[in-house]
Each structure stands twice: as structure tokens, then as C-alpha cells.
Design a protein around this ligand. Structure first.
Ligand code: NAD
Length: 284
């Protein structure tokens, strides 16, 4: 039976330490989240980010813009936040309405305030094995979990299922930078099971319930399940058939309670890190 990686517990510890550190920070770390339109899932994500930031005493603002906002209005808002010294971290909640050009909008964020690590400057830093200002929240949270449980990465075969800019790609590059041997799988990959069976560390970020079954993993594998899906009875589940895979794995993250709490935790840590970087950069 696998050790269940307790993301909730690890995130709580990290956030407690962060609260102890930030309580005396003046000015308080500032996080601005921009949300465009009324997508219900996005609204829930944004409100939980605001709630967590407020609990930590951050200067936390949410900029709500209508679905009809023009590209130039949104860019002007980002520029205003770039210039606002009380705001250290800017996040534009995705997805954006189709009439807005995502890449242009991301590139408008000052890379030193790019709390999600989406700006090409920061993405390029990871791709070249250099350090971005801060790492993307979900992969960063996963690395923290591996470190917390003393799971070595160097020399291991890490298989990442998914190649999105938010999870799969940066995750693969970060594992490569930690000297893993990395294979990236995606929707066009042939013989997925043949590849996953060779994984020492398997990161599942496809968003497909029950994609990974126990015949697809080897004994002793470390499984990190990023997926957030609803099963046929509406219950939250990951990409992995947890009850069967758990019997073969050495470590496994549950859904919920694994990667999810670490993502929001990383967002808070990143906000504080950007605050420190900007203080050293500009104000000292
Ligand atoms: P995405 O849809 O942008 O990307 C999914 C990736 O999976 C794609 O690269 C696709 O090629 C690949 N894929 C899809 N079906 C596949 C298949 N059958 N075999 C192999 N690869 C396949 O999604 P995303 O934004 O990267 O998110 C992935 C999942 O992780 C979603 O369920 C999402 O809700 C979840 N997520 C969770 C957190 C968290 O904090 N827990 C954070 C981000 C995303």
C-alpha cells in the first residue's frame, strides 16, 4: 500500500509559516486577480484565491471586468497594476473570452509581477534551465510535495501526461532541470500504457477520469494526480483509478487533498516572493 501524500497538511504547514513571516511585512504583499466575464468555475477559483490572500493579511484585490471588455481596456488595466507599487503580483484568470488575445495580455504583465509564471520571459527562463522570478503554481506545489516526502528526482524516469502551458510543459521542464529523465505524453501519444509502465514518477495532468489504471503502472511508482474531474456520480476525482493504483504505488496523491491545496499555497508563496524581489530590486 502506498503512502498517501497529504497535500492539505503540507499546504497548511507552509501557509502557517508564511503567515508568521508576513504578519510584520509592511507594506503587505499585494495580489491583484483580474477576472473577465461570469464563468462560474473561474469565479469560484478567484474567490478562493482572494479569501486565502485576505486571511494572510495581503492587500488582495479582484478586478472584475465585463465579458465585453476590449483588449485595449484590459491592457490599460494591466498597465495600471504594473505601475501600482502596492501590487506585487498580477494574475489574469483563464480562460479569457475568445475576442481577447491571451498571449498579448500575458505579455503585458511585467515579468517581475507575473505570479503564474506565464510570461515568455519567465517561461523562457525555465526552458533554458535558468530561474524565473517565480515558478508556476501547480508544478511548484508538486515539487514541494516531492521534497517534503523526500522523494528523489535525479536520475528517475519521470513521465508527465499533459503538455499544457499551466501544468504539463513547465512540470516536465522543472523535472528535467532537477536531472530527471523526462518523457512527455499527450493526446496524440501512441501506446500510452507502454510509456507509463516505465515511469518511476508519473505526473497525470490530462483532465480525464480513470485515464490511468493499475495495469499502466509498475510496482513502486510515485503517482501525482493533478486531474480535477467529476465522475459519473458527480464526485470530484483525478485522472487515476486511485483505489487500484494505490495498491502498486509507493506514494500517491489523492483527489481531493493532494495537488489542489498546494496550487493555491504556491500562489501565496509566490506573491510574498515577488514582494521580496521587488523590494530588493526597486525600493532598497
Ligand atoms: P488542458 O486541457 O489544457 O491539457 C490537458 C493535456 O492532457 C493536453 O496536453 C492533452 O494533450 C493531454 N491529454 C488529454 N487527453 C489525453 C489522453 N487521453 N492521453 C494522454 N494525454 C491526454 O488541461 P490542464 O489545464 O493542463 O489541466 C489538466 C487537469 O488538471 C484538469 O483536470 C485540470 O482541472 C487539472 N488542474 C488541477 C490543478 C490543481 O491545482 N489541482 C491545477 C491546474 C489544472
Amino acid at each position: 500500500m502506498a503512502v498517501i501524500i497529504d497535500g492539505k497538511k503540507v499546504a497548511k504547514e507552509i501557509l502557517q509559516n508564511l503567515a508568521d513571516e508576513t504578519v510584520f511585512m509592511s507594506p503587505a504583499p499585494g495580489l491583484a486577480v483580474i477576472i473577465v466575464g461570469d464563468d462560474p468555475a473561474s469565479k469560484i477559483y478567484v474567490s478562493s484565491k482572494k479569501k486565502k490572500a485576505s486571511e494572510l493579511g495581503f492587500n488582495s484585490i479582484v478586478v472584475e471586468l465585463p465579458e465585453s471588455v476590449s483588449q485595449s481596456e484590459l491592457l490599460a488595466k494591466i498597465e495600471e497594476l504594473n505601475d501600482d507599487e502596492k501590487i506585487n503580483a498580477i494574475l489574469v484568470q483563464m480562460p479569457l473570452p475568445k475576442h481577447l488575445d491571451k498571449n498579448t495580455i500575458i505579455e503585458k504583465i511585467n515579468p517581475i509581477k507575473d505570479v503564474d509564471c506565464f510570461h515568455p520571459y519567465n517561461v523562457g527562463k525555465i526552458a533554458t534551465g535558468d530561474k524565473p522570478y517565480v515558478y508556476p503554481c501547480t508544478p511548484k506545489g508538486i515539487i514541494r510535495l516531492l521534497e517534503y516526502y523526500d522523494i528523489a528526482v535525479e536520475g528517475k524516469h519521470a513521465v508527465v501526461i499533459g503538455r499544457s502551458n499551466i501544468v504539463g510543459r513547465p512540470m516536465a521542464q522543472m523535472l528535467l532541470n532537477m536531472n530527471a529523465t523526462v518523457t512527455i505524453c499527450h493526446s496524440r501519444t501512441k501506446n500510452l500504457a507502454d510509456i507509463t509502465r516505465t515511469a518511476d514518477i508519473l505526473i497525470c495532468a490530462a483532465g480525464k477520469a480513470n485515464l490511468v489504471t493499475s495495469d499502466m503502472v509498475k510496482d513502486g511508482v510515485v503517482v501525482v494526480d493533478v486531474g480535477m474531474n467529476r465522475n459519473s456520480s458527480g464526485k470530484l476525482c483525478g485522472d487515476v483509478d486511485f483505489s487500484a493504483v494505490e495498491k502498486k504505488a509507493s506514494y500517491i496523491t489523492p483527489v481531493p487533498g493532494g495537488v489542489g491545496p498546494m496550487t493555491i499555497c504556491s500562489l501565496m508563496v509566490n506573491t510574498v516572493d515577488l514582494h521580496k524581489i521587488q523590494k530588493n530590486d526597486k525600493y532598497s
